[in-house]
Design a protein around this ligand. Structure first.
Ligand SMILES: [Zn+2]
Length: 320
């Protein structure tokens, strides 16, 4: 039994290392962080459409920033301190103004591991209070421990989880250097603590991970029903550009939000029927027609887990 377990463990390690070598070969060398203009004063940097790895320094999510008359407001902190340093360098190419605030859309690792670099700039960090549950959890510590291994040397023993300086309980409006920021609490959706940031003067919306573009969304433990409701809220904003949490900026905001919405709706429909009929997950997954989504990047990686989590969620909902 012992040997058998060992053999399996070895086989697993081998598969994982082959898989990561294969992905490593595709990943770019040390990623270049390059800011792009979204509107007059809003910019963003776009993470790779890939899994986090040591090769890409965990550069898989976006971050945004807005240059006001007096300071710079950053939205999200990227997936490692070195990336956040690169973000600061990009900002410095455009303005010498201090970075005054960082608003976090949520506390997933790829959006917050860079936070300590920004803290060193003397910023004030704002996030939704609901993130405290995760931040104080063992899961967060375990995740960081795993990341120190997976993303070494970019995530290492000096990398730490950083809390907010101000925990928001709901929506907030701020006027900074002549620019109005509307922070809207839209969770629980992708996470309990989801915030989106809207700049009405430029009709730009930083949507965090409520909107995924060019890749299959990561559903995780999210409540997809509430997530769909939150997307409806976002559709009510008057936007010319949406900066998603992952993928390129969108000028077809409604269409893109609709895509995330449709995917969640489809998962719920397919897995909901299976749960209702008491079909085993494996069978339901195999017989579901995925052809509308299987061309989207990371489908192979994420769809099965998304479907499984949705199947469990639908079972729970049926019991209510
Ligand atoms: Zn996320």
């Amino acid at each position: 039994m012992f040997n058998q377990t060992n053999t399996w463990t070895h086989a697993l390690v081998l598969i994982v290392s082959i898989a990561s070598t294969a992905m490593g070969a595709h990943a770019q060398e040390t990623p270049e962080v390059q800011s792009q203009r979204v509107s007059n004063s809003a910019f963003y940097v776009q993470g790779q459409s890939a899994l986090g790895s040591a090769e890409n320094q965990n550069y898989i999510s976006n971050a945004g920033f807005v240059i006001t008359q007096t300071s710079v407001v950053v939205i999200d902190a990227l997936g490692s301190p070195v990336l956040a340093d690169k973000l600061v360098q990009q900002i410095r190419k455009l303005t010498p103004l201090p970075i005054s605030h960082v608003i976090l859309t949520h506390y997933h690792a790829d959006h917050i591991y860079g936070l300590q670099s920004l803290k060193a700039q003397g910023v004030k960090v704002l996030a939704h209070r609901a993130a405290l549950n995760y931040l104080n959890s063992e899961t967060a510590e375990q995740r960081l421990a795993a990341s120190r291994h997976d993303f070494a040397p970019w995530i290492n023993k000096d990398t730490r989880l950083v809390g907010a300086d101000e925990w928001l309980d709901g929506d907030r409006e701020m006027q900074i250097g002549g620019v109005k920021f509307i922070i809207k609490a839209v969770g629980p959706a992708h996470t309990p603590e989801d915030l989106v940031v809207y700049i009405p003067s430029e009709k730009v919306l930083f949507a965090g991970d409520l909107v995924f573009r060019n890749r299959i969304p990561f559903v995780g433990q999210a409540n997809s029903q509430l997530w769909m409701k939150a997307i409806q809220t976002l559709l009510s904003f008057d936007t010319v550009a949406i900066v998603p949490g992952h993928g390129p900026v969108s000028e077809k905001a409604k269409e893109d939000m609709q895509q995330t919405y449709n995917y969640l709706a489809y998962l719920r429909k397919a897995m909901g029927e299976a749960a209702l009929n008491l079909d085993p997950f494996e069978e339901a997954y195999r017989t579901t027609d995925w052809s509308s989504f299987d061309q989207i990047p990371l489908f192979q990686f994420a769809n099965r887990m998304n479907a499984y989590n949705t199947y469990l969620l639908m079972e729970q909902e049926l019991k209510k």
